[in-house]
Design a protein around this ligand. Sequence first.
Ligand SMILES: Cc1cc2nc3c(=O)[nH]c(=O)nc-3n(C[C@H](O)[C@H](O)[C@H](O)COP(=O)(O)O)c2cc1C
Length: 271
Amino acid sequence: MAVAPAPDPIAHLLAHRSIRRYRPDPIPEAVLRRVLQAGVRASSSGNMQAYSVVVTRDRALREQLHAPHMHQDMVLEAPALLTFCADFRRMRRWLALSDAEDGFDDFFAFMVAAIDAVLVSQNVALAAEAEGLGICYLGSTLANCDAIGRLLELPPGVVPVTGMVMGTPAEDPPLRDRLPLDGLVHFETYRDPDDDGIRAIYRERDRAGWERYMAIPELRARVEAAGVRNLAQIYTTVKYTREAHAHFATNVLGYLRTQGFLDADRGDGRD
Ligand SMILES: Cc1cc2nc3c(=O)[nH]c(=O)nc-3n(C[C@H](O)[C@H](O)[C@H](O)COP(=O)(O)O)c2cc1C
């Protein structure tokens, strides 16, 4: 009997595209659980699994989350919104119940938990794609982690770090470019390119990225209104301004303090 060739996992990785338009069909429960099970197979620091995943399917709740997700309509359109949280709460409660020392109340603990959460998110993304679903990450999750955390009723010790929408794709977008591998990978030690090297790394993106933005009338109008002349300027004048970054940095630091991840105030009532 002929054996079907095993699907090529690398070909799967190379075919990734973010999906921003969705059909309303719910994700079958068994498929969702399989995807999540693959997610929590990710490596985790000390196997502590210092994360939680909040799956939001409820339409009314997604409507409330739409604003902190910067009004991105895929939050309403896709049937599921997943929020990946750094979470030392569960572990710390277990430690307390077991009379164990606990030092997981500082920024290092947050970083450990955030890395765990992000690794799970990428496993989930790839598993969802393997099931024929589409995903798109949401940077708004971290930027507005405080408002999103409140809506999701996160207790102290839990902070949203990334999120994604998931569902059946209603679009078939082309692959987005990537910078050339030689610009991203260093062998043995880091080699800082000279200016010509930097220009070479970004040459193709400068061209294709500019064309892509100019082809979208709404973006073209914004770019022209801002007097922007190249792709790099689009990034920092239109997309990611210094003011916006400062605002989001304040959100994140404030919420880390509230949730007990900064030494000065653990947020759990203890000194
Ligand atoms: C952490 C993270 C946050 C992102 N946030 C958003 C977002 O808020 N909205 C959006 O449309 N795409 C978002 N994306 C998707 C990126 O724009 C996308 O991955 C990138 O442009 C490359 O395109 P591709 O995923 O189709 O290859 C995010 C991706 C990552 C990894």
